[in-house]
Design a protein. Sequence first.
Length: 206
Amino acid sequence: MEFSSRLLAQAVDEMSQLPGIGKRTALRLVLHLLKQPGEQTGRLTHALKALREEVKFCKSCHNISDVGLCEICSNPKRDAGLVCVVEDVRDVMAIENTGQYKGLYHVLGGKISPMEGIGPQDLTIASLVEKARKGQIGELIFALSSTMEGDTTNFYMYKQLEPLNIKTSTIARGIAVGDELEYADEVTLGRSILNRIPFEGSLRAS
């Protein structure tokens, strides 16, 4: 794709680095921004800069936050003894949208995937086990996607937590095998959490 402007080419190249954005879509977006008032583009630039420089991760659950402790963890109305373990922040948003869950979360930051070079040490599993050792957790809900990597991560966490005698459960298989949580409809996802089953039972069923 040839450009008459070096600055245009640079902007398109950077925009096309975003997931799901090809060169043609990037060009359309960049040209759209060029047509907008300078103040609007400035607000977008400021928002992205602030996001990159000022966003924090909750010191307790590792969710994205504006402050040290996110709004969910600091909410006294949440059940602090019930912790839902998810892959990333998109899963927190998906579960929150159901309105069915009133506990806390723990964001792993991914799934164990040897093919991608991601091991347990690359996730926040150690801090989850540490919280469990301190007696802060009554029940853990494993809510990872129903994929090989998700099941592997669930089993690894289960073996790490087994000596601590903490109740562990997993979401019911209303979510199809291979599906990601963020794409599940809210009703199905909500029911899967409410109808969760003991994790040991899911091992016997598989």
